[in-house]
Design a protein. Structure first.
Length: 209
């Protein structure tokens, strides 16, 4: 009942409201991106949705147009050399994720859920199958993100386990906990890794993540 009706209703209401309220900020970011570097304002990428269906995720573009597009940024060697000046700030502040409010409105995503894997992250997709995490809508943030964010990329099984834990225990209270921890992490700009050179070794996630 909660996941199918209440959670979806809240996603619809809040995403529509935020798109209206944040429209001046979205327009400003779009203008700054155009002034900062050549290329489109919005970056799209094929991701895995609920039931392993495909959808296009939307982000503000933070990299040059010659950057590899089918590699997770935190697995990309030398990623920092591709990131634009404005893009670095957008990524650290998570403002680059705001266009995903449209994905939430469309029903591709939810505010809270497993972060949508790239179509070619086969190991992560298989592990999520094992933990039942492919059976729920992916999210703008999730239980794995507030427990390590980018630094869990070196620990795919751990990431999938967190996602599975969320999938088995979806509730309003769990979503509010993830939302609160997301706000804390985003305001502190914690857990962001721009490329494989910035990662910590397995078993050593950022403090308080």
């Amino acid at each position: 009942m909660y996941e199918r009706v209440i959670k979806r209703g809240l996603d619809l209401l809040l995403s529509a409201l935020m798109l209206v309220v944040l429209s001046p900020l979205l327009a400003l970011i779009a203008l700054l991106i155009k002034l900062d570097s050549k290329g489109p304002v919005i970056f799209t990428q094929k991701r895995i949705g609920k039931g392993k269906t495909y959808f296009n995720i939307y982000k503000f573009r933070t990299m040059r147009t010659d950057a590899p597009s089918e590699v997770p940024t935190n697995d990309l060697h030398g990623a920092g050399s591709y990131i634009t000046k404005l893009g670095s700030f957008l990524r650290k502040s998570s403002l680059d994720e705001l266009p995903q409010l449209v994905n939430i409105l469309k029903g591709d995503m939810s505010f809270i859920g497993p972060r949508p894997a790239l179509w070619n992250q086969y190991e992560l997709i298989e592990l999520r199958d094992r933990y039942g995490a492919n059976d729920v809508l992916p999210g703008l943030s999730g239980w794995a993100q507030v427990n390590g964010r980018d630094f869990l990329s070196l620990q795919e099984d751990r990431k999938a386990a967190y996602d599975g834990e969320y999938a088995r225990n979806i509730s309003f209270g769990f979503d509010m906990k993830c939302l609160w921890l997301t706000v804390v992490n985003v305001l502190g700009m914690r857990g962001v890794s721009d490329g494989d050179e910035g990662k910590k070794p397995a078993g050593d996630p950022p403090a308080e993540e």
